[in-house]
Design a protein around this ligand. Structure first.
Ligand SMILES: Cc1ncc(COP(=O)(O)O)c(C=O)c1O
Length: 450
C-alpha cells in the first residue's frame, strides 16, 4: 500500500464524494479507511474505531465474514460475469432466486428482479408498479404517493418520491405525478400530535384523502419504508402500516415496501413488513443482501403482481427494464452465502436485544444531555436528534454536530451525522460491550465539545 502521505495529498482531489460538497471535502477531507475487521475499521494512519454505522447500514454481519468472501472468490474463479438478459442465466442467480422465494414466503413475495443496489431496486419497483396496471388495462394509474422524510435513493424515480428537499432541490423538475403526505413522526408533525397511535390515524387518513383527491384510478402505488431510515429513523406506530395496507387495498393501489435497510433483520424482525404484520405487493431490498460486499439489489414481487405479468398474453407484460449487472453471478454468490450466514447467526434476534440496549442507553443520555432533543429507534436503527434549544426544538448547528463526530472518532467510535441527527446503525453482530462503548463515547463527545 502507498504511504499515508499519498492519501492525504490526493484525498477528495480526484473524485467527488456522494452526498457531500466537493469544496467541503477538499477543505475537510474524509477519513480514508484502509482496513476492517469484525465491527472495527482502521484508517490509513492506523487509527482503529468501532464502526457504529455498519458501513452504511449494510455490513450487517461485520467485515470479516469468511464464508461470504470464499463464496465470492469461488464464483469469481468459476465465472466472473455473464448476462441475464433474455436467453441466458447463471447458476448462482437461479439458486439465489429459490432461496429468496423461501426467505420472503412469509411476506407473500415469490419472484425477484435483480439489480445493483437500493436505488435500482426502487426504480424497478416503481416501473413494475406502473406496468402492472397497464397489463391489467388501467392505463391511467401512473401516480405515486409517498411519505415526507422518506428516502428512496437517488435515481429520478426514487428522488421524485423522496421526502426530503435536500435530495431534490438541485435536480428539479422531478417526475410529474408524485405526491407526499406527512410521515407519522411524533417529534415534528404538522398536527402537533405526540400520541403515536393518533398520529398514525391522522397520517393514514391523509393517505386515503390524497388517493381520493387524485382519483384512485390514477394512482399506481404508495411507497414507504417500514421504519424510515435516512430521513432520521422514524418508526411509525405499529398500526400505521396495516392501515396503509388496508387503504391501498380499498383503492386498488399497490403497496411498495422499501426495505433496502430493513430487510434481513435490522429492525429486530426479518423484514420491516413482517414486523408490522403486513404483506406488501413489491419490496425493495439491497444493502444487507450481500453484507455490503457486492453492489446488489433485489426487488421482490408478490404472487398477485407476478400472476398479472405471467398471465399476460400481449406485449404489455414484457419487461423493458434491466441492467447489465442484473443477477451478477458474484453478487448472487455473495447473497447466497450472506443469507445462509444471516440465518445461522440469527442476527434479527441480536438486533432486537442490542437495539433495546442502545435505545435505553441513548434515552439515559438524553436525561443528562440537554442537547439531545429526541431519541428514536427500532432494532439497530437509532437516531439522536440534537437541538440547541429543547423547548423550541431548534436544530443544532452543523459546527457542533461535526465537532461531536470528530471527537467520537478520535475517541474510537465512528458515528454518522446527517443534518442535526446522529444516526447509529452498527452491524447486527455487535455485543452488549460494543453498545456500551458506542453510548459512552458519544456522551463523552457531547460533554467534551460543550
Ligand atoms: C430505504 C432506502 N431506499 C433506497 C436507498 C438507496 O440505496 P442505494 O444507495 O444502494 O442506491 C437507500 C439507501 O440508503 C435506502 O435507505
Amino acid at each position: 500500500m502507498r504511504p499515508p502521505e499519498f492519501f492525504s495529498e490526493h484525498n477528495a482531489r480526484h473524485f467527488w464524494h456522494p452526498m457531500a460538497h466537493p469544496a467541503e471535502m477538499q477543505s475537510h477531507p474524509p477519513k480514508v479507511i484502509a482496513s476492517a475487521e469484525g465491527v472495527h475499521v482502521t484508517d490509513v494512519d492506523g487509527h482503529r474505531v468501532l464502526d457504529a454505522v455498519g458501513g452504511l447500514w449494510n455490513v450487517n454481519l461485520g467485515f470479516s465474514n469468511q464464508a461470504i468472501k470464499d463464496a465470492m472468490r469461488d464464483q469469481l474463479e468459476r465465472m466472473p460475469y455473464y448476462s441475464a438478459f433474455r436467453g441466458t442465466s447463471n447458476t448462482a442467480a437461479v439458486e439465489l432466486s429459490l432461496i429468496l422465494r423461501e426467505w420472503f414466503e412469509p411476506d407473500g413475495l415469490t419472484r425477484a428482479f435483480f439489480s445493483s443496489g437500493g436505488s435500482d431496486a426502487v426504480e424497478t419497483a416503481l416501473r413494475l408498479a406502473r406496468q402492472y396496471h397497464r397489463v391489467r388495462g388501467q392505463l391511467d394509474r401512473t401516480k405515486f404517493i409517498s411519505l415526507k422524510q422518506g428516502y428512496h435513493g437517488t435515481h429520478f424515480g426514487g428522488a421524485s418520491v423522496n421526502g426530503n428537499a435536500k435530495f431534490r432541490r438541485n435536480y428539479e423538475p422531478m417526475l410529474p405525478g408524485c405526491f407526499h403526505i406527512p410521515a407519522p413522526w411524533t417529534y415534528r408533525n404538522p398536527f402537533d400530535e405526540q400520541d403515536p397511535a393518533r398520529l398514525a390515524e391522522l397520517c393514514a387518513g391523509l393517505l386515503d384523502a390524497e388517493i381520493r383527491f387524485q382519483s384512485p384510478d390514477t394512482v399506481a402505488a404508495f411507497i414507504m419504508e417500514p421504519v424510515l431510515g435516512a430521513g432520521g429513523v422514524i418508526p411509525p406506530h405499529e398500526s400505521f402500516m396495516p392501515m396503509v395496507r388496508e387503504i391501498c387495498n380499498r383503492h386498488g393501489v399497490l403497496l411498495i415496501a422499501d426495505e433496502v435497510i430493513t430487510a434481513f433483520g435490522r429492525t429486530g424482525a426479518w423484514t420491516g413488513s413482517r414486523l408490522w404484520g403486513v404483506q406488501p405487493d413489491l419490496m425493495c431490498t439491497a444493502k444487507g443482501i450481500t453484507n455490503g460486499y457486492f453492489p446488489f439489489g433485489a426487488t421482490m414481487i408478490s404472487e398477485k403482481v407476478a400472476a398479472a405479468f405471467e398471465g399476460n398474453k400481449d406485449g404489455f407484460g414484457a419487461i423493458g427494464h434491466g441492467y447489465t449487472y442484473s443477477a451478477h453471478p458474484v453478487g448472487a454468490a455473495a447473497a447466497i452465502a450472506t443469507l445462509a450466514e444471516t440465518e445461522r447467526l440469527q442476527v434479527a434476534e441480536n438486533a432486537r436485544h442490542r437495539g433495546k440496549e442502545l435505545i435505553a442507553a441513548c434515552r439515559g443520555m438524553q436525561d443528562r444531555q440537554e442537547i439531545i432533543g429526541d431519541v428514536r429507534g427500532q432494532g439497530l436503527m437509532v437516531c439522536l436528534e440534537l437541538v440547541s434549544d429543547r423547548d423550541n426544538k431548534t436544530p443544532m448547528d452543523k459546527k457542533r454536530v461535526d465537532a461531536i463526530f470528530e471527537q467520537a472518532y478520535a475517541d474510537g467510535v465512528m458515528i454518522r451525522v446527517s443534518g442535526n441527527n446522529v444516526i447509529l446503525s452498527p452491524s447486527l453482530i455487535v455485543t452488549d460491550g460494543n453498545i456500551r462503548t458506542i453510548a459512552e463515547t458519544i456522551e463523552a463527545a457531547i460533554r467534551k465539545t460543550a
